[in-house]
Design a protein around this ligand. Sequence first.
Ligand code: ADP
Ligand code: MG
Ligand code: ZN
Length: 502
Amino acid sequence: MTVIDLESYEDALATYDPVMGLEVHVELGTKTKMFCGCSTELKQDANSQTCPVCLGLPGALPVVNEIGVESAIKIGLALNCEIAEWCRFARKNYFYPDMPKNFQTSQYDEPIAFDGYLDVQLEDGEIFRVQIERAHMEEDTGKSTHVGGATGRIHGASHSLLDYNRAGIPLIEIVTKPIEGAGARAPEVAKAYVAELRELIKALGVSEARMEMGQMRCDVNLSLRPHGREAFGTRSETKNVNSLRSVERAARFEIQRHAAVLNSGGTIVQETRHFHEEDGSTTAGRIKDNAEDYRYFPEPDLVPVAPARDWVEELRRGLPELPRLRRARLKEEWGVSEHDMQSILNAGAVDLIVATAEAGAPADQARKWWMGELARNANETGRALDELGVTPGQVARVAELVAKGDLNDKLARQVLEGVLAGEGDPDAVVEKRGLKVVSDEGALSTAVDEAIAANAAIADKIRGGKVAAAGALVGAVMKATRGQADAARVRELILEKLGVEG
Ligand code: ADP
Ligand code: MG
Ligand code: ZN
């Protein structure tokens, strides 16, 4: 492990101004690949989802995926971009075994969308505008697995396996203009931008944008310049950062590293860097000067993309409410604080709560269950809320049973536990586990009589006016009824039978 000198974050910011550029790749959720009819379904046998086009066989002719173009336009419009009236694909030439054509079909100087912006909200509520340079269409490469070495890297491997199932899956690359003026908040802006972009992509329905699955990944470009200087410093480019937290940490680390290099009289090398999840550090990748030559040229096998203006306008009219505005509206409707709304968002619960409310539950109940019992379970089992196997309809039913008085909170938690354990719908769990509030007055009355008889000393105290002691008797009845009694009613009965006022 090489030791990298770091300046303290505060000292770095006292001297320098960070400038960032974020490049985000989004894998689209189209059924088929960008230039052929192969399926994009994951986890299939290696090389089972391939054809002459995505294997780059001589003479194969690609055809553009219309949904891919449509998705790109939707993303461009949602990012307030201009949509090109006419643009072409380009060949980005380089050799790597995971790319059998020896060029990546991408877009170069004619991106489908350009000159936009995205407003992102920082933790204190401030809105920061990030300018968008371009959003363009391209394709993913295959996947190499290096076998026989200790590290899984190519160095030391005895051979490599290639799976081209991913080759040709559509990607949209979204590139920001240099982000200036964020100062010490640059890492926070980077994180907020990627978070907002992810919400936007999900709202558009063009990708699930799961970062942990590589469906969305971010390259963090960063440079420093002394306060008051206009010219940008030399940037580093930390590649393939794949969580929101890592985006923030990578930017922070690079600020501290750049400052240390510059303060010691060194120069920053323009290079790519790898991010390390374990300690939040970055290490050098390959040197990348601007002279890098991919011999880009227009792709001769694909027709230009010239989206009709009325199609573009139709797509614009169909855009969903922007996530930031939708959150503001829901926050108002639900009457929650900014902080609570942020927690709901971080937990991935916004849509689930909305769907639960749509299924008939009051929003505060929906929120209570998703952010309480279910969030706890998700945390414990390391899953996302929408991976728990509990549906909004089921949560709404639990809320309904509570509202009707059939369940109390404690029983409701047990019902959810049963649903989580795969025991079926709430009603089935109630039935199977025998979980119902005992509301039968006769049964309750008997249970209360028994508790009084068994706890004569306590009963006497209560008779003598020590009403607070009633809690112990309520506890005894709840225990006897396995938590299935309505505690408030039990308390009333106890006081009634002992002849004291509550
Ligand atoms: P590359 O192909 O080398 O990745 P791009 O132009 O696609 O270059 O992306 C570079 C990203 O870095 C863009 O977001 C751009 O705004 C940003 N950028 C360019 N120069 C600098 C710099 N000196 N410091 C920080 N960010 C920069
Ligand atoms: Mg780049
Ligand atoms: Zn194919």
